[in-house]
Design a protein around this ligand. Structure first.
Ligand code: ATP
Length: 264
């Protein structure tokens, strides 16, 4: 399949005074349209840095990112990011948080009525339409993440960038949200790049799992294809040999070949 999102020999070095740290070295990855890719690796290896480079929030020191044939140099609505800690505006309602993004992207091309309907549609996609008039402080953490996802989807991005979107949630809420994202991916065919620390989450959701070596100078150690049919049902996968094999391969990579050693 041709690459839709190309990460090409990305290197990133942070400098402070005379001290420099090379965080990423020659990270190369081709992602096809509609693919669900997870990036997994130990804490501090540079996953967020990589995602921020794709988002255009950080510039690569070497190499670059091409999305749908165009080089990425700055943030843009074609790449929507959902962070671990929701970034909703607390003084706006759930509806207005999404509407703000919709207006920003579509005010020149869609009527007010269309933008209203589109906002509601995206809240419905994440099952949050019922709470549209609440403020972020009045809804749970999982609901806030749903709104963050609705806001990202409503921008109709070419790529959805998820930085540990379920990381701060309890296990049950996390499972519900993972199911919602799988459902949305099945319906809309989004191209998704997600960072996670959770091996089961990576196997359940991804088409491919990108395993990063430990930093400094982290690179793509291995890429694992998850050959499981969709729709995937978590309960049925518990005993599925392909699932278990994929899980074991990621665990082995992380805990044997690239074991995390806490810096002194
Ligand atoms: N702006 C910055 N200036 C200097 N160093 C930075 C900066 N941002 C990140 N780093 C360093 O880059 C390395 C990678 O950080 P990053 O947050 O990308 O890792 P990560 O894999 O996402 O970690 P985690 O899984 O814990 O979130 C860390 O050593 C961090 O200290």
């Amino acid at each position: 399949m041709p690459a839709y999102l190309e990460l090409s020999q990305i290197g990133k070095t942070f400098s402070r005074g005379a001290a420099t740290t090379e965080v990423l070295r020659e990270v190369t990855l081709d992602i096809a349209k509609g693919e669900y890719i997870s990036i997994i690796g130990h804490s501090g290896c540079g996953k967020s840095t990589l995602l921020n480079i794709v988002a255009g929030l950080t510039t690569a020191t070497t190499g670059g990112v091409i999305l749908d044939g165009r080089e990425v140099n700055s943030p843009g609505p074609d790449r929507a990011v959902v962070f671990q800690n929701h970034s909703l505006l607390p003084w706006l309602t759930v509806y207005d948080n999404v509407r703000l993004a919709v207006d920003k992207v579509f005010s020149g091309t869609r009527s007010r009525a269309e933008r209203h309907a589109w906002t509601l549609h995206n809240l419905e996609l994440v099952q949050m339409a019922h709470a549209k008039d609440k403020r972020p402080a009045e809804v749970s953490g999982g609901m806030k993440q749903r709104v963050g996802i609705a806001r990202a989807l409503a921008m109709e991005p070419k790529v959805l960038l998820l930085d540990e979107p379920f990381g701060a949630l309890d296990a049950l809420t996390r499972a519900h949200l993972q199911d919602s994202v799988m459902q949305i991916h099945a319906t809309l065919g989004n191209t998704i790049l997600m960072i996670t620390h959770d091996v089961d989450e990576a196997v359940l959701l991804s088409d491919r799992i990108v395993m990063m070596t430990n930093g400094p100078s982290a690179y793509v150690g291995e890429v694992l294809e998850v050959d499981l049919a969709r729709p995937r049902k978590r309960l049925e996968l518990v005993a599925n040999p392909t699932y278990l094999k994929a899980r074991e391969a990621v665990l082995k990579f992380l805990h044997e070949r690239h074991r995390f050693v806490e810096a002194a």
